[in-house]
Each structure stands twice: as C-alpha cells, then as structure tokens.
Design a protein around this ligand. Structure first.
Ligand code: SF4
Ligand code: FES
Length: 237
C-alpha cells in the first residue's frame, strides 16, 4: 500500500493503482470521458486532470494514467485544476457543440455550455477518444474501425468509410462510446451500424432476435462452440 494526501485526507491505495481509482476509492468524484473499464487507457480526453505536489514542485497530471506514489499530495479541485478542466471542456464542446453529454458535464463543472472557440459543425459527437477502436481491437479482436486522416480532418470509422467486411455488428463500440456518437439501429431481424446491415439471429427457444448472425458465427469459429448452441438468447439459456 502507498499513503497519500488527497484533498487534505490521508488515503491509502494498493501500489499498482492509478491515481484516478485511488481518488474515486476515497469517495471523491473526478469527471472522465475516455476511461472505460472495458478498454486500456488512452488519456485522450484530459478531463481527469489533478494537481500533484512533490516537495516544492507541483504539476498537473492526467489521473487515469498516473500511478499512485508514496507521499504524494494531490489536489483534485484546486483553481488550477478547475481552470484546466473548463478549458478542456470548452475545446471538446467546440468540436462537438451538439453533444448533450458534454453540455451536461460542462454545466456541472461550471464551464459555459457554449464554447468561446469556433464551433465545428461536421464532427458529430465524436471526441476522438479511441475507446471504440480499442474495444474492437482489444476485446472483440476484429479491428473493424480506426482513426483516419490527420489534424482537424481526423475521423473514426471503417477504413475509407466504406462498409467493413470484418465488422460483426456486435455493438461493443456503441457500448463504450462516452458521447453516443455511434449510431446503431436494431429493428427486429436487421441491425445497421457503420453503414452496414446485419441479419439478426432469432432465439431458438423464444424467437426473439438477439444477436447478429455474423457475431455468432465469429464466436463459434473462435471458441469451437457449434453455431446451433449459440442460437439461444441469454434469457432462455
Ligand atoms: S466514436 Fe465515441 S468512442 Fe469512438 S472515438 Fe468517437 S467519441 Fe470515442
Ligand atoms: S479520463 Fe483521463 S484522460 Fe480521459
């Protein structure tokens, strides 16, 4: 265990913990967008910043990527921290002005729901956090989507924004996206995501459509479990 002072309280945390978990473990809230438990950390949204002090020096760090250290003094709500967070939020809002998730967070942290920076009109709700890309690569093992182009033109999606033939329509990317950018429409026997339509499999027992056929085929191939055995929804298993 290591001992720290967080917002004036003595806090102990296991050695290999990130500061964000130690802070939350102490019951202190920190805003985050890109830190999802299903994927590795990217440190891309920068909302989780805190101020750390070691000796006479203090600096701002991203708490989701910074490991706990013995004797660290941490301030999660100093003026410096709150100013950086508000600035970060304004930049995110300038990119995604119509994101209701960002607007709500901005209000909660005292930032203006309208950014003072020139707003983009073509980025949807995507903050480029890469959580969708990571879950597709790290958890599903498919790598159907990525980040493409550079600078302000950077976008997320299948290569060349064409229909991906490796996508299995599982929707894991939708599940981890913090802003609701990815559109997935499931209407009974069909699902549409990333511009591709998927046929859904009905449950052998109750008849409810529950998963894309391509996803079940993928799992069957990977695990060796016969497709037939996978064709039963979770409620009927
Ligand atoms: S679509 Fe969502 S998860 Fe993917 S990069 Fe954009 S904000 Fe992040
Ligand atoms: S939560 Fe730490 S950078 Fe996004």
């Amino acid at each position: 265990m290591v001992n720290m002072i967080i917002d004036g309280k003595n806090i102990s945390a296991p050695k290999d913990t990130m500061l964000l978990e130690a802070i939350r473990g102490a019951g202190i809230s920190v805003p985050t967008l890109c830190a999802h438990e299903a994927v590795s950390r990217s440190g891309s949204c920068r909302l989780c910043v805190v101020e750390i002090k070691k000796g006479n020096r203090s600096r701002i760090v991203t708490s989701c990527l910074y490991g706990v250290e013995e004797g660290l003094v941490v301030d999660t709500k100093s003026d410096r921290v709150l100013n950086v967070r508000r600035l970060v939020m304004e930049l995110l809002l300038a990119r995604c002005p119509e994101s209701d998730v960002l607007q709500k967070m901005a209000l909660e942290m005292g930032a203006k729901p309208q950014s003072r920076f020139v707003a983009d009109t073509d980025k949807g709700k995507c903050i480029l956090c890469r959580s969708c890309v990571r879950v597709c690569e790290e958890v599903v093992g498919v790598s159907a989507i990525g980040l493409f182009a550079r600078g302000s033109q950077k976008t997320v999606g299948p290569p060349f924004h064409e229909q991906s033939d490796v996508c299995i329509g599982c929707g894991a990317c939708v599940y981890v996206c913090p802003t609701g950018h990815i559109e997935m429409i499931s209407t009974g026997e069909k699902r549409k995501i990333w511009g591709r339509r998927f046929k859904m499999q009905p449950c052998d027992k109750c008849g409810k459509y529950f998963a894309p056929v391509d996803q079940l085929k993928f799992i069957s191939k990977k695990t060796g479990v016969p497709f037939k055995e996978l064709s039963v929804c979770t409620e009927c298993r």
